[in-house]
Design a protein around this ligand. Structure first.
Ligand code: UDP
Length: 494
């Protein structure tokens, strides 16, 4: 293990899907690089799942969590502003409090930060590191396609006249497949008249301003995209700093988890026969879509575990800020399912209200498929368990991830018309479920998912690409510490 006196300050944006990968990065820096770590989070205060996640007793001694007060942005964004707009505004407004907290740590010499790592929504805080004379990194808790789209967006903004959503031709982004704007690209980019478009551009310009970029993939997962990001003839023109693929980082499954009902049920099912259905921490479906999904699962006659939420009224975005709420206030969610569904599927199905122990469910040997909204954490949790997917993107970068999983990595199928555009009908759902659970195509998808599982595990082992990338990152950061202490480090860093 690297000998280091590094203390990393990690700034994390709100939301379970953002906190989870930052926590895992913090833990890995402690356990594998001997860092001490302070994670600054902006909690949403709405969710029991989030409180459990941030429970300090669960962390190593060298890792502190500091909760920053959530800023009031009600007068700064429209009441109906989308997630990206609200998150960027929250992270903008939290900067003075964050700066003061860092200042205190430095003044009182308590775990003095030697570097700052921000996530995607924290890039406007990078100058704070400069004020304190410490190096700064950006952690992209996503994939290389996503990073490429972010980095290339300001160039696309100059090239494309009019709205992206109206373009009929695919976009050519170095390192990615041709991407059709409406089908494959992140939704923030589609319409320049929405404020999230400007926020997206700011982030795209902000990421390369770090001294390096950490990304939650491994070298072998997207080698072509990483090569394009590093090549000066392609995206390397915009990214002059090193990229460290240090993943797949995700919550470990906990063998000591209480063996509740779902695990008792899973224990009784044959291996790889259950499809797990869940839409991440904040995703939910329309009532009409819930009914179609229920019928599709029933008609497929495949075993399933389904995390159900109350249907959304207007937009899939709206549930993000109440994600993970499972305070027992709504035990009667089955009222949204078709009449008699619970009785008819009692031998093949298990319904969980609101929130499931997902990592452990996906790791269970009986689970052989995942109908997922394609959030990057869920995707990694599926791949690292060798579980093929039905890609069901709802919003944000999920449609880009869906294309990566189906067209590039070959570990998922998806509906003909995207779920965020139209209700997917029961017959098509039945067909997709059968395809991944029992069809020839399903076996091929499972094989590829298993190959990725092994390649991801290998990357994290000593001598693996992600293991080495994290060591390189530490050396890179040590160089700054030595430089600040007046040592010439140029001969010591590869
Ligand atoms: N999650 C969970 N139980 C649930 C739903 C989600 O434990 O019922 C976890 C899931 O394992 C993942 C995270 O919440 O780690 C969701 O992150 P992801 O990036 O997949 O999606 P997001 O919530 O950011 O859209």
């Amino acid at each position: 293990m690297e000998i280091t006196n590094q203390h990393a300050a990690l700034l994390c944006s709100p939301g379970m899907g953002h906190i989870i990968p930052v926590l895992e990065l913090g833990k890995r820096l402690v356990t594998h690089q001997n860092f001490t770590v302070t994670i600054f989070v902006v909690p949403l205060h709405t969710s029991k799942a989030e409180s459990e996640l941030l429970d300090a007793s669960a962390f190593p001694h060298s890792l502190d969590i500091i909760k920053l007060p959530s800023p009031d942005i009600s007068g700064l964004v429209e009441p109906d502003a989308v997630v990206v707009t609200r998150l960027t505004e929250m992270m903008r407004q939290v900067r003075p409090t964050f700066r003061a907290a860092l200042h205190d740590m430095i003044n009182f010499r308590h775990r003095c930060p030697t570097m700052l790592i921000v996530d995607l929504f924290g890039t406007e805080s990078l100058p704070i590191a400069e004020e304190f004379g410490i190096p700064k990194y950006v952690y992209i808790a996503s994939n290389a396609w996503f990073l490429s789209v972010m980095i290339y967006s300001p160039t696309l903004d100059e090239q494309v006249k009019g709205k992206f959503v109206d373009l009929k031709d695919p976009l050519e982004i170095p390192g990615c497949r041709k991407l059709f704007p409406e089908l494959d690209i992140v939704d923030a980019l589609l319409d320049w008249s929405n404020q999230q478009y400007d926020e997206h551009m700011l982030m795209g310009r902000g990421i390369p301003k770090g001294d390096g970029i950490l990304i939650n993939i491994w070298e072998e997962l997207e080698p072509k995209s990483l090569a394009a990001l590093r090549d000066e003839n392609f995206l390397g023109r915009f990214v002059k700093v090193p990229i460290f693929p240090i993943g797949p980082l995700m919550r470990p499954n906990v063998s000591s988890i209480p063996r509740g009902d779902v695990f008792d049920w899973l224990d009784k099912q044959p291996n790889e026969t259950v499809i797990y259905v869940s839409f991440g921490s904040g995703g939910a479906l329309s009532y009409e879509q819930m009914v179609e999904l229920a019928w599709g699962l029933e008609m497929s006659q495949q075993r399933f575990v389904w995390v159900i939420r109350p249907p959304i009224i207007s937009s899939a975005n709206e549930t993000f800020f109440t994600a993970g709420n499972h305070n027992g206030e709504d035990d009667n969610l089955t009222k949204y399912l078709p009449k008699g569904f619970m009785g008819r599927t009692k031998d093949i199905g298990f319904v969980i209200p609101l929130w499931a122990p997902q990592v452990d469910v996906l790791a269970h040997p009986s689970v052989g498929g995942f109908l997922t909204h394609c959030g990057w954490n869920s995707t990694l949790e599926s791949i690292t368990n060798g579980v093929p997917m039905i890609a069901w993107p709802l919003y944000a970068e999920q449609r880009l991830n869906a294309t990566l999983l189906t067209e590039e990595l070959g570990v998922a199928v998806r509906s003909k018309i995207p779920p965020w555009k139209n209700v997917v009908k029961r017959e098509e759902i039945e067909e997709m479920v059968r395809k991944i659970m029992e069809g020839e195509e399903g076996f091929a998808l499972r094989d590829r998912a298993k190959n990725l599982k092994f390649s991801g595990a290998k990357a994290l082992e000593q001598g693996g690409s992600s293991y080495d990338a994290l060591s390189l990152f530490t050396k890179h950061a040590n160089m700054f510490v030595q430089f600040a202490n007046g040592v010439d480090p140029s001969s010591q860093v590869p």
